[in-house]
Design a binder for this molecule. Structure first.
Ligand code: DAT
Ligand code: MG
Length: 155
């Protein structure tokens, strides 16, 4: 049974610099994912230390945080059926040169950490990450005419 889930996406500074924000959002919109949260936000080191805590012992940790603070990022909350896995599939694997053609990372990037986008990797981390970047009042549920195609019986 498919679940309606939410996922957290960050469109990273390389995409902002390269004017690819619209392209990335368009891919999610066209797929039928519903935007229920969106903001431009400049990240601080404390937030990034928490967000990338699983990489704290890596030699690239400090550079990764610096990279993520170069410009504001665009944070999105996307909603849809099984959206966590669907978004990861649209995004592609971490190293863009190994990502499947057709994914955002393979189509638009060549390197880490400048791989365009962050996306939650599980339902549990999505819940934590959404709270990290959005207040409850900034995640907004609403009806759309297309909901019946993407959430309902599909007719
Ligand atoms: P993902 O972003 O696919 O979830 P991750 O959580 O393992 O991957 O790593 C977070 C980010 O850290 C990744 O998007 C880019 C950066 N990164 C990962 N491995 C790296 C490496 N070997 N050198 C530099 N940056 C790296
Ligand atoms: Mg990750």
């Amino acid at each position: 049974m498919a679940d309606i889930q939410k996922s957290l996406v960050l469109i990273k500074p390389d995409a902002v610099q390269r004017e690819l924000v619209g392209e990335v959002i368009t891919r999610f919109e066209r797929r039928g994912l519903k935007m229920v949260g969106m903001k431009l936000t400049l990240l601080d080191e404390a937030t990034l230390t928490e967000h990338y805590g699983h990489l704290a012992d890596k030699p690239f940790f400090a550079d990764l945080k610096k990279f993520m603070m170069q410009t504001p990022v665009v944070a999105l909350v996307l909603e849809g059926l099984d959206v966590v896995n669907v978004v990861r599939a649209i995004v592609g694997s971490t190293n863009p040169r190994e990502a499947d053609v057709g994914t955002i990372r393979a189509d638009l990037s060549m390197n880490v950490p400048s791989n365009i986008i962050h996306a939650s990797d599980s339902v549990e981390s999505a819940e934590i990450e959404i709270k990290r970047f959005f207040n409850d009042s900034e995640v907004i549920g609403y009806d759309k005419m297309t909901d019946k195609f993407h959430f309902g019986e599909g007719v």
